[in-house]
Design a protein around this ligand. Sequence first.
Ligand SMILES: [Fe+2]
Ligand SMILES: [Fe+2]
Length: 500
Amino acid sequence: MTAGLPTIPDLIHPERLKKFVQQTAENHPVSLAILSVDGKPVSTSDVGLPPTVELLLDSDLIRRGLELRRPDTILRHPSTPLYAAPLFCQETAIGLLLLRFRDAGADTASRGQEERESRQIRDHLQDLLTAGYELLNLSAEIVRSYEELALLYDLSIKLSAQSDLDRICAIVADEVQSILPAKNLAILLADAKTEMLRSQTAVGREGHRHPPFQLEPGRGIAGRVAQSGQPLIICDVGQDPGFVPVGYPITSLLCVPMTLGRKTMGIINVSDKLDGKEFTTYELKLIMAIAAEAAVALENARLFSEVKDLFLSSVKSLVMAIDAKDPYTHLHSLRVSEVSAILADEIGLSALEVEQIKLAALLHDIGKIGVPERVLLKPDKLTAPEWEIMKQHPLHSVHILEQVKQFSHLVKWVRHEHEHYNGMGYPDQLKGNTIPLPSRIIAVADAYDALTSDRYYRKGRSEEKAVQVLRKDSGIQFDPEVIRAFVSAYQKGRFKGLPA
Ligand SMILES: [Fe+2]
Ligand SMILES: [Fe+2]
């Protein structure tokens, strides 16, 4: 179907139309032709009519017939038994039925009969066209529903693995932009406590990023939509007394809440379609379906983040309780965890890797719980047998972490945190890059904290001195790559503000 109105062949398959024309010519004393709206023959019966059609193409009857606006009108040629009836689709003429009776009836009764037959044939053809239109709409509806379902299915797959708010908003923004090209798109997230709406993503044409903005609860059109939970289409926001400018020009706006039950998680704001047209209810419906998927993903991410926070705070309190046994190692694990995260980031590892290394570093000395206090807290130098006991702590850590499924990927990293780059460390005397990178990172962070912290027997060194010591041991105890990252982070002042 071309854009706009369907043509006769769109509504009735050409083979079906041909059959109709043939059967009509067999069952009635007529030759017939079906013309398109521009007067061109679409289908004609075999006998009689084509020459007539050719002759009459410019005729007044055809012109007038095509101009008819009333479906029930039938015109008769003044001198020939030729009838013309317009064919309609949704109250618009899309063609013309021409009938030529083979034997012209002279009297009024014959004319009446011709007209009845003409109407009967026209009605039959019109029914076929109407049924064709319904079928066409139905199949378009089925295709559209299928496309909508496919789109939502793809979106739910993309969102299902996401627990990161930025990523979720980026996926939703991509999806909205691909199905509804507009000048601006903003995704606002509602703060769970204050209900403040903050723009997580605000993009203009060709991906240009707008500065972030926020709206207090109930302010602006988005605030209103967030509170009511009802979407809005506004043709001219300038006419809306509640509109609050957000830093870029807007005329028309489609504003859809991302709700879960009665809770509004955020808002999808699309403004000014690229084609300049108004937003349609169909587009609103599509964006609402996307918003529903997005709301589920946002809620999952929130739950995930709550569980993660709870988990991390339990781990932190456990580790701090162990560190607290020794006043000189108080907050040691917390600081090693922070420094390790900075080093991993400086090296260029991904956010997920940084987070995992941070957790491993937090747990790196958990095995010290298995070291007797007389050894752990001994103020003097350890004897050789005591040192052997102390060196067991990475293995105790392994033993503890192995019990927790969620820590299984950290076990190796913690086991090797006391290996030396030159192979002289413990417990397995691994060398160089055979030591996992996270262990090499934790080793540097651990040494930095040990050097700068007070001990029973000495004051902690200054940061500058500690950096010198670490640099001297680059390639011996420590991985040169990690030391380079360390020096770079130190020079940028990234170790300021560590827990003290
Ligand atoms: Fe350790
Ligand atoms: Fe340590």
